[in-house]
Ligand binder design. Structure first.
Ligand code: NDP
Length: 247
């Protein structure tokens, strides 16, 4: 479907990994929409960067954990750009704490944004993807979802859930030409990891065979590939992009 006009939608596209993925998708889609939580200035900056790459771009504030808001925002994208062909579920948050001290509210909040958010997005785009006969869904999970991580019961559970979601939707949509994959980033330099103390980060790097933190571009390169025609025969895959941390 190389010559087809395509619309890509990236949640959490205002900053970090999501922004880098949105920019990478400007290579495979001519229209790119991003959803963000509240950082309008960053979202507008991503839109400008997308337009500079020749894509039509749109940013919409939308809390992915809110099913009604997701439906309305996806409709806005559909009205502006037509049906979504490439969906990247990247929006995510952490609320770390050892389980002994983790409130049910903090557990539910993280699951609600990371996992329920991906489900709401997939549901809102599902029919269009089914009809188009070509499509991509990419879920940004985490090595925490594969390995577990002390202090991240909520986040690891949500990210592991995204892997089950990925494989199920991959099986449901395979006959429609829609591939569904997950990327599990390791430690990536973004605002999310900037709040971690240096000692924890130094310790993390010691467990990375490639000996460094990852960059948002490291994830975006893999995402661009999985969302392209080059990855036509890859579905239900869980790709670690983690410098070898989990092997
Ligand atoms: P950042 O904290 O840098 O950016 C988070 C992005 O998600 C922002 O665009 C933010 O919008 C958006 N967002 C947050 N909550 C919501 C919400 N409820 N609805 C819509 N958008 C929301 O995160 P990263 O770039 O580091 O992470 C991106 C993804 O990669 C996440 O899913 C994360 O779990 C995953 N990941 C990251 C790793 C890392 O080391 N950084 C490692 C493994 C996985 P706004 O700008 O408006 O706040």
């Amino acid at each position: 479907m190389t010559n087809m006009s395509k619309t890509a939608l990236v949640t959490g596209g205002s900053r970090g990994i999501g922004r880098a993925i949105a920019l990478a998708l400007a290579e495979v889609a001519d229209k790119v929409a991003i959803f963000y939580a509240g950082n309008q200035a960053a979202a507008e900056d991503t839109v400008k960067a997308l337009e500079a790459r020749g894509a039509q771009a749109l940013a919409i504030q939308c809390d992915v954990s809110d099913e009604t808001a997701v439906k309305a925002a996806v409709n806005q994208v559909r009205e502006a750009f037509g049906p979504v062909h490439i969906l990247v579920n990247n929006a995510g948050i952490t609320k770390d704490g050892l389980t002994l001290r983790m409130s049910a509210a903090d557990f539910e909040k993280v699951v609600s944004v990371n996992l329920n958010g991906a489900f709401h997005m997939i549901s809102a785009c599902y029919r269009d993807l089914m009809k188009a006969g070509w499509g991509r869904i990419l879920n940004i999970s985490s090595v925490s979802g594969l390995m577990g991580n002390p202090g991240q019961a909520n986040y690891a559970a949500a990210k592991a859930g995204m892997i089950g979601l990925t494989k199920t939707i991959a099986r449901e949509l395979a006959s429609r030409g829609v591939t569904v994959n997950a990327i599990c980033p390791g430690f990536i330099e973004t605002d999310m990891t900037a709040s971690m103390n240096q000692e924890t980060l130094d310790q993390a790097v010691k467990n990375v065979p490639l000996g460094r933190l990852g960059t948002a571009q490291d994830i975006a390169s893999a995402a661009g590939f999985l969302c392209s025609d080059q990855a036509n025969y890859i579905t239900g895959a869980v790709l670690q992009v983690d410098g070898g941390m989990y092997m």
